[in-house]
Design a protein. Sequence first.
Length: 254
Amino acid sequence: MKFAADNLHGLNPVVIDALKRLDPKPIKELVKRFESAGVDFIDINPGHLSKRDENKMAFLVETVQSSTNLRLILDSPNPRLLEIGLGVAKDNPILSALSLEPGKLEGILPLAKSRNSELVILLMDEKSFTPPTVDEKISLAIELRSICIDYGIDSDKLIFDPVLPNMTWPDAMVRIGEVVKTVRLLSSGAVFQEHAKTMCGLSNIRSGIKNLYPENLEALTMASLAGAGIDIVLANGLNRNITNTAMTLNMIAL
C-alpha cells in the first residue's frame, strides 16, 4: 500500500498564501515534511483557479518537483489545469480524476492517452453522484474501464476510486463498508480477471467535521482498506498517526 499526501490543496491556508504571493518557500517546506514522513506520492490540487490564475498550477508543479523526486498526482476536475501541469512535469504524473461526467470524458481522456499516464477513475456517474452499493460501484467501474479501453488506454493504467463518504451522510458507515467491499473485489481480480489498482481519499471522511469524529476513524478505515488490497491511500501526510499507521500496516503485510 502506497501513501499519497493530500495537503497541497487549494483550501490549505499555507498553499493559499503561497499561491497568492507565488512564494515557493512554504511549498518546499511542506515537501520536506512529506519526505520525512515517508510518503510515496504528492497530490497537487490547486482548487478552483480563474483563467488568469491558471499558471499557478504550473508554479505548484515546478516548485514541488524541484524539491523532491517523489512522484506527483495532478488532481483537478478541470482538464485545462491538468494539461498545464502535464506541460511542465518532468516525469509522467498520475492524472486525477475521470468520471462519467461528459466534460471530464472529453477533456481528460485525450490527456491520459497522449502521455500514456496512469489515470484515477472516480466511481461517479454523469451527474457526479457516487452510488451507495457495491453492485452499483462495480457497474460503474466496468462501464468506465470499457470507455477507457475503447479510447486506447491500457487497463493497467487505470486506478479506481470508489469514493469514501463524508460522515455527515446519513448512511456513511454503511457506505464505508461498501467501499471496502468494492476495493476487495477489484483488487482480487474477481471483476476483471486481473488485479485492478485502487485508491481512496481518507480525508473525505471527516472533511469539515474533524471536531465531531476521532481521527482514528481514518486510521481504522485505512486498515480495512489495506486488508482489502488497496494500492494507494490519499491522506494527510503531516498527521503522524496516519502515516505511522500506514507504515505499520505495510510491515505487517510483508
